[in-house]
Ligand binder design. Structure first.
Ligand code: NDP
Ligand code: OXD
Length: 314
């Protein structure tokens, strides 16, 4: 009889933490890592793969695979593969991950809204520089993407008194958020964003969505936050907008190519905060339960939760 095994692959996460969290949920399931080579079990036993950026061809030996779990929220790297197995793919959907992201986004928004960047500059220069604070009601924040992470962040920003408008593909109704949708509403949306926060998935439709022409629609001196994916923005156009002052400050957690090249002009800009793609992370303690729930669903023939649509790209 076929045994049942789970295989884990991620170079960005701590395998032991995931395997022990998953083991507590599913004590009867054999679990192996495949980070340093094939798992120590017959490949046909592998029915579940929990992966982040697994190498090309990774899935091929697992002929009885029934579920691929993307060990993160963004599935762009996974759905772009040409060796994707024809089985359900799920993403992480974890309120703790959303909370961690919302905290990071709020930190960026407050840093821009409360003039912390010029204060940091003045401190470096040993200068006492008073800038009269702008009250939150005067700073319009636009959040592109109202999904699990985007909607949580939008609510958190609104909770601090900032007028928040959000943008999605389909119509949405979120309390306290001015929701807009569709490409035709984007120009006005951008023109009303004193701080723009990018929280879209990277798909065929969103790649380089924020090009020079659209960045020029932001109000002069706007602040820019990207915690989603670098290629949603035309990076040279963003750099040009920062150099001209049209965009006055940016917080960038993601880049067109990661790690960011040592040659990038972004490093030398004191109005740009660079963080190495860690606004939020996959958390084994809270996310293991939903992975286990989907494995139980596969076992009992029920549809999985948080299934990704590879055609739509998210
Ligand atoms: P979701 O998939 O839950 O939501 C995506 C949102 O974007 C939805 O509101 C969707 O609209 C909207 N959207 C998608 N395509 C378009 C489009 N063409 N035009 C307008 N709106 C669009 O994503 P999450 O909120 O969970 O996460 C967002 C992204 O954050 C992830 O895809 C990932 O890339 C990134 N991320 C970054 C991390 C980091 O550490 N920097 C950590 C985790 C995630 P609709 O609601 O109509 O479907
Ligand atoms: C994710 C990420 O998509 O960490 O989960 O970027």
């Amino acid at each position: 009889m076929l045994s049942e095994a789970l295989v884990f692959y991620s170079k960005a996460d701590v395998a032991e933490a995931w395997l022990s969290a998953l083991g507590r949920e599913l004590p009867d399931l054999a679990m192996h890592t495949a980070i340093d080579g094939p798992p120590p079990c017959p490949p046909e036993d592998v029915q579940y793969a929990v992966v982040w950026k697994a190498p090309h061809g990774f899935f091929r030996p697992f002929v009885n695979l029934k579920l691929v779990v993307n060990l993160g929220a963004g599935v762009d790297a996974l759905v772009a593969r040409d060796d994707l197995p024809d089985v359900p793919i799920t993403r992480l959907s974890d309120p703790e991950m959303s909370k961690m992201m919302a905290g990071f986004v709020l930190m960026c928004v407050l840093r821009h809204a409360r003039d912390i960047v010029p204060f940091e500059r003045a401190q470096r220069e040993g200068r006492w520089r008073y800038i009269h604070p702008t009250t939150p009601d005067k700073v319009r924040v636009g959040v592109l993407g109202l999904g699990e992470l985007g909607a949580t962040a939008a609510h958190e920003i609104a909770r601090f008194g900032y007028p928040v408008h959000g943008w999605s593909r389909s119509p949405k109704s979120l309390p306290g958020i001015d929701c807009r949708h569709g490409l035709e509403t984007l120009p006005q949306f951008l023109s009303e964003s004193d701080i723009l926060v990018v929280m879209l998935p990277l798909t065929g439709e969103t790649r380089h969505l924020l090009n020079a022409e659209r960045l020029a629609l932001l109000p002069k001196g706007a602040k820019f936050v990207n915690v989603a994916r670098g290629p949603i923005v035309d990076e040279p156009a963003l750099i040009a907008a920062l150099q001209s002052g049209h965009i006055s400050e940016a917080s960038l957690d993601v880049f067109e190519h990661e790690p960011l090249s040592p040659d990038s002009p972004l490093w030398a800009m004191d109005n740009v905060l660079i963080t190495p793609h860690l606004a939020s992370i996959a958390l084994p303690k809270s996310a293991a339960a939903q992975i286990a729930e989907n494995i139980r669903r596969i076992r009992s023939g029920e549809p999985v939760l948080n299934r990704v649509d590879p055609g739509r790209g998210y």
